[in-house]
Design a protein. Structure first.
Length: 312
């Protein structure tokens, strides 16, 4: 019996970014260098597969510093941590390894610079996300304000002297709208340098999704439910021509019967999702369909970040 033909278009780029690659290598190198156990505060990146693989290698994941014995080794996740967590670690005499993504750290430095100049930082981001918690914790609470939509701008005191920074994993289009609304209310807005702090990987992956969404009957975004950049990819796909877009963690989450009614399937992966998850989907798809696979026209990324000092 002949199988149905299914065309699969893979977004380029997709999957791991330089910050995620650096964070994972940081944990692996630390496990090699230091006696067991090596602790990691929070998920090093938002991906269950990655976390489970690092656990197998010896990493111990904890939620808070007080769960770590004094004088242990702890790694801070790629999302960054508030300053008070670093001070707490010092009091416990922990050996700390900071795997904060350099692009997230750039936002931290901007917030600190603003505070030093007496400027209030407006952080555009999602409440409760680890990256936002980390950035908010770089300066005193009264020196930074979180906004998540244009509606939040109405609540801001028009007499404030402000500068903005953004979470690195936001929707490019929505963030542009928020920044434009900020500039309308604050004509003398002290720009923070770049137009926003959304990282190159988030921007490139969203652009790749826009490129193919309109020609796909369905799209799959491989990523964890708590991954901000993965959720944004799904939103971008739906808004740009592919309403049947689903966020999945792996091939077990796919309703393969639904795919029997389509001709073209688009696939991408969030910045913390490893390529093996895409490979597993393609292998399993061959059990149900006669597949042809194409790559999008985007360029692969070649950026690399140095590992933290002492782990090079």
């Amino acid at each position: 019996m002949n199988q149905k033909n299914l065309k699969i278009i893979l977004c380029v780029p997709r999957g791991f970014c330089a910050g995620v690659t650096r964070a994972i290598k940081t944990v692996e190198k630390a496990i090699e260098k230091y006696p067991s156990p090596v602790y990691v505060r929070h998920e090093i990146v938002h991906n269950k597969y990655v976390v489970e693989e690092l656990k197998k290698k010896g990493a111990v994941f904890i939620e808070e510093i007080d769960a770590i014995p004094d004088q242990s080794v702890v790694i801070f996740s790629a999302h960054g941590v508030p300053e008070n967590i670093k001070k707490w670690a010092e009091r416990k005499r922990l050996t700390t390894i900071d795997a904060t993504c350099p692009l997230v750290e750039r936002a931290h430095l901007k917030a600190k610079s603003n505070y030093a100049k007496g400027v209030t930082t407006v952080l555009i981001g999602h409440k409760g996300h680890p990256e936002v918690i980390g950035t908010m914790g770089q300066v005193p609470a009264e020196a930074i304000i979180l906004i998540s939509s244009t509606d939040d701008i109405e609540k801001l005191n028009p007499g404030l002297r402000i500068s903005y920074v953004t979470q690195t994993t936001l929707s490019v289009d929505e963030t542009r709208d928020i920044i434009n609304a900020l500039k309308q209310k604050f004509p003398y807005l002290e720009n923070s340098g770049d137009d926003n702090d959304i990282c190159y990987a988030t921007t490139n992956r969203q652009r790749a999704v826009k490129e193919i969404a309109g020609v796909c009957d369905m799209m799959l975004v491989v990523g964890s439910p708590n991954s901000s950049n993965s959720r944004r990819l799904a939103e971008v796909a739906r808004k740009n021509g592919c309403p049947d877009t689903f966020l999945i963690q792996n091939d077990d989450d796919i309703d393969w019967n639904k795919l029997k009614d389509i001709d073209t399937l688009g696939i991408t992966a969030g910045a913390s999702a490893p390529e093996i998850l895409i490979d597993n989907i393609l292998k399993r798809a061959k059990n149900y369909f006669d597949i042809t696979v194409e790559n999008g026209s985007g360029k692969k990324e070649d950026l690399n970040f140095k590992l933290p000092k002492g782990l090079e």
